[in-house]
Ligand binder design. Structure first.
Ligand code: NAI
Length: 258
C-alpha cells in the first residue's frame, strides 16, 4: 500500500537515499530541506520549523503515514543543538497530529555513535527540558571555551534520550506511533567527506569510531534500517536506538551494558 512519508534532510546523504528508496517503492515522499526539496525550510530556527510543519501538512492533506528526521549538521558551533535536537523535536512534534490520523503511523530519527561520546551536561539538560534559549546559552559557552567538539555529541545524546522519554507517552505509544532512532557510525556522505580528505582527521575518526564489521557504511545502509523502522511491519519496537555502526558501539562500550 502506497504511503505518504515526510523525510527531512532529503537533499543529501542518508535522507536522499531513503527518499529515493521510498519513491522507487511507490510511496509519496515530501522532502524537507534547505534546498532542492518539496518543502524548503531552515530547521535551525523556530519560524523555519513552523513553516516546514505548515507546508508539509498542507501537502500531505493533514495525514502522514511516517516521518523520518534525517536533517542534521556536524560542526563545533551551536548549530548541531539548533538543528539536530530542536530542529528534529520541533518537526516531529509539529507533524505528530498528522501521524495520529494514519492507520499505521511511524516515526524515526537519526542519532549517532557520537551520542555515546563525552557531552556537555548543561546543554543536554536544557535540551531535555525543551528550553531552547537555555540550551543555546549553554552551548554558546561551550563553543566560546573552545570545547565546541562536545556539541554534536550533546545534540545526539539529548535526541536519543528524548526519544526514550516520550516514546511511551499517550501522544506516541498511546496513539499507536512507534518512535525509534538509528545511530550510525561513519557514513560516506557529504557530511563526513572532510574527514576523509584530511589524513590527521581520518586517523582520529578511525580511533573514535572503530568499525570492525565491513568498515565505513554507505548512506543506503542506514536508509534500509530506517525503512524497516517506519514500515507497517514494525508494530512493537519503540524507544530503541539501533546502532548501525559496523560494531563501533559494541567495541567502545562496556559489554555488561545489556
Ligand atoms: P548530509 O550533509 O549529506 O545531509 C544532511 C542534510 O540536512 C542536507 O541536505 C542539509 O541541507 C540538511 N540540513 C542541514 N541543516 C539544515 C537546516 N537547518 N534546515 C534544513 N535542512 C538542513 O549528511 P548525512 O550524513 O546524510 O546526515 C544525515 C543525518 O545522519 C544527520 O542527522 C547526521 O548527524 C547523521 N549522521 C551522519 C553520519 C555520517 O558519518 N555521515 C554519522 C552519524 C550520524
Amino acid at each position: 500500500m502506497a504511503r505518504t512519508i515526510a523525510v527531512s534532510g532529503s537533499a543529501s546523504g542518508i535522507g536522499a537515499s531513503l527518499a529515493g528508496m521510498l519513491r522507487d517503492a511507490g510511496d509519496t515522499v515530501i522532502g524537507i530541506d534547505r534546498h532542492d526539496a518539496d518543502v524548503r525550510a531552515d530547521l535551525s530556527v523556530p519560524e523555519g520549523r513552523a513553516g516546514a510543519v505548515a507546508e508539509t501538512l498542507e501537502r500531505a492533506g493533514g495525514r502522514l503515514d511516517a516521518v523520518v528526521a534525517c536533517a542534521g549538521v556536524s560542526d563545533f558551533t551551536i548549530m548541531p543543538v539548533k538543528v539536530n535536537f530542536f530542529g528534529v523535536v520541533g518537526l516531529l512534534e509539529g507533524l505528530r497530529p498528522a501521524l495520529a490520523r494514519a492507520e499505521a503511523p511511524r516515526a524515526a530519527v537519526v542519532g549517532s555513535i557520537s551520542g555515546t561520546h563525552p557531552v556537555d551536561d548543561a546543554t543536554v539538560r536544557a535540551c531535555l527540558g525543551l528550553d531552547e534559549p537555555a540550551a543555546l546559552a549553554a552551548a554558546a559557552k561551550v563553543e566560546e571555551s573552545g570545547a565546541g567538539g562536545l556539541l554534536y555529541p550533546s545534540s545526539k545524546s539529548a535526541l536519543v534520550q528524548w526519544v526514550r522519554r516520550v516514546c511511551t507517552a499517550p501522544e506516541w505509544a498511546g496513539a499507536g506511533i512507534p518512535l525509534n532512532a538509528v545511530a550510525p557510525g561513519v557514513v560516506r556522505t557529504p557530511m563526513s567527506a572532510p574527514l576523509f580528505e584530511d589524513e590527521g582527521m581520518f586517523q582520529i575518526m578511525k580511533e573514535a569510531v572503530p568499525m570492525p564489521l565491513n568498515g565505513f557504511a554507505g548512506p543506503e545502509v542506514i536508509a534500509e534500517a530506517l525503512r524497516w523502522l517506519i514500515s507497517p511491519a514494525n508494530t512493537h519496537m519503540t524507544g530503541q536506538v539501533i546502532y548501525v555502526d559496523g560494531g563501533a558501539e559494541a567495541t567502545l562500550r562496556d559489554a555488561s551494558l545489556f
